[in-house]
Design a protein around this ligand. Structure first.
Ligand SMILES: C[S@@+](CC[C@H](N)C(=O)[O-])C[C@H]1O[C@@H](n2cnc3c(N)ncnc32)[C@H](O)[C@@H]1O
Length: 309
């Protein structure tokens, strides 16, 4: 079966995002190009995605405000993520936005971009001509590239093709990705980044506190779909999440579970989304939030003060 079940997690994430967008949790004018099918998910799942999107977006905004137009973003295991287009809608200008995923995923993403003028036009507007190969897309500032993140030599080559500059402030994003990759490979990836980039910030969203009954059920569900959770040992708790940054040459790390993160989101926005769907199992939402986290790591001191609020 190989990597196929892991690749399929992107379809699930994209369907969930589209479903939540349709209900009004947040605005995304682009996700519906990438995913046509949605099934109604439980309100807890929708709130989980809302908290995930809001918190990652908030770090992205902080990073761009500080780094300015020289900022680069590298989105690992980006799947059908639409952040690039959402930033465009906000008029954000950065030096480079590069997305990486398995070639099977990037080839589908490239195909959808090629077929949908609104997606393509957004790239043309600022980033000039767009070049497609079967699994890669290159333009002036936006790149979508097929690579196995376990292969550092290949990754290096792809980032060079994308003209990523190692001396520019770079934001790395991984949303529910590292858990699918063997810990040794994640360690190698993080160590390679810390030894190659001068100034950067990493936002990682994934599981934590998995060593209890709820964690067992959650992991059982994923394993039943054939997903090997090769990196799960680092999701044991917030300390193991932070540990993999500081043990791999990063200057520092912080982590928060999603209960903390959710409460850091603007109260007006929280109250708005809490009215979208009735939640009859509050306890379930809290448990879900306790088992996911945001962990950030930084290189140099330019972004060391970033926090969740
Ligand atoms: C759960 S999906 C998340 C997608 C996206 N980050 C999001 O939040 O919507 C996990 C993604 O990680 C990618 N992935 C996992 N392991 C990978 C690897 N070794 N190399 C490249 N991509 C990988 C999968 O293909 C998939 O698109």
């Amino acid at each position: 079966m190989g990597d196929q079940p892991v690749i399929a997690t992107n379809d699930d994430a994209s369907e969930c995002k589209r479903g939540a967008v349709q209900l009004g949790y947040w605005t995304d004018n682009y996700i519906s190009y990438f995913v046509k099918h949605t099934e109604r998910r439980a309100p807890e799942i929708n709130r989980g995605y809302f908290a995930r999107i809001k918190s990652v977006d908030s770090f992205v905004q902080k990073f761009i405000s500080r780094a300015g137009s020289t900022a680069q973003i590298v989105n690992f295991g980006a799947g059908f993520d639409t952040l690039y287009w959402r930033l465009k809608d906000e008029g954000v200008v950065i030096a480079n936005y590069t997305e990486l995923d398995f070639p099977t995923v990037t080839s589908k993403k490239c195909y959808v971009i090629k077929r949908n003028k609104p997606l393509l036009d957004r790239i043309y507007e600022q980033d000039g001509e767009v070049f497609f190969s079967p699994v890669d897309l290159h333009s002036g500032n936006y790149h979508c590239l097929g690579v196995d993140l376990r292969n550092i030599a290949q990754l290096k080559d792809k980032l060079n093709q994308a003209q990523i500059k190692f001396d520019r402030p770079t934001l790395f994003i991984a949303e529910c990705v590292l858990v699918y990759i063997e810990s040794e490979c994640v360690n190698r990836l993080l160590a390679w980044i810390s030894s190659s980039f001068e100034s950067g910030f990493f936002v990682n969203y994934e599981m934590c506190n998995i060593n209890d009954t709820f964690g067992d059920i959650m992991l059982g569900n994923l394993k039943a779909r054939g997903c090997s959770l090769a990196g799960i040992s680092q999701c044991k708790n917030l300390d193991t999440q932070k540990g993999r940054f500081v043990n791999n040459g990063w200057a520092g790390a912080k982590a928060w579970d999603m209960v903390q993160v959710y409460h850091s989101i603007d109260a007006t926005e929280r109250h708005r989304i809490e009215k979208i769907e009735f939640l009859d199992e509050r306890e379930l939402l809290v448990q879900l939030f306790q088992h996911y986290c945001i962990c950030v790591g930084w290189l140099g001191q330019d972004f060391a003060d970033f926090d969740i609020d």
